[in-house]
Design a protein. Structure first.
Length: 113
């Protein structure tokens, strides 16, 4: 479930290194993924993808399907990995520098009256 605050929307994501040279970043709330050679670049690509996806669903050509698009979740196995990574990061300093990184994205929300 997405967490809504008056000024932003919290979206759960994580990235994991696959092999020695590829990072895959996943957005669990919208079932999106991006990849690159570095964590930061994969995350940057995913950030841009999330913004484009939400914008397209809310005000773009896909707004007719907004309800389905904004409620599309990643499969349960990816959520399980995310929460495992969150717990591991919380309890282990060594895990923080590893190959798996949970993170949250925050989308700004503006409400028109």
């Amino acid at each position: 479930m997405l967490t809504v605050r008056p000024d932003r929307l919290k979206i759960r994501c994580y990235a994991e290194r696959q092999g020695s040279d590829i990072w895959v970043a996943l957005c669990l709330d919208f079932d999106l993924a991006a990849q690159s050679e570095t964590f930061h670049d994969a995350r940057r690509k995913l950030d841009a993808m999330i913004v484009d996806y939400v914008e397209s669903a809310l005000v773009g050509e896909d707004r007719e399907y907004a309800d389905q698009l904004l409620n599309r979740r990643a499969p349960l196995r990816y959520w399980a990995k995310f929460y495992w990574f969150v717990l591991a990061h919380h309890f282990s300093r060594n895990f923080r520098a590893g190959t798996h990184r949970p993170f949250n994205e925050y989308l700004p929300i503006s409400v028109s009256h």
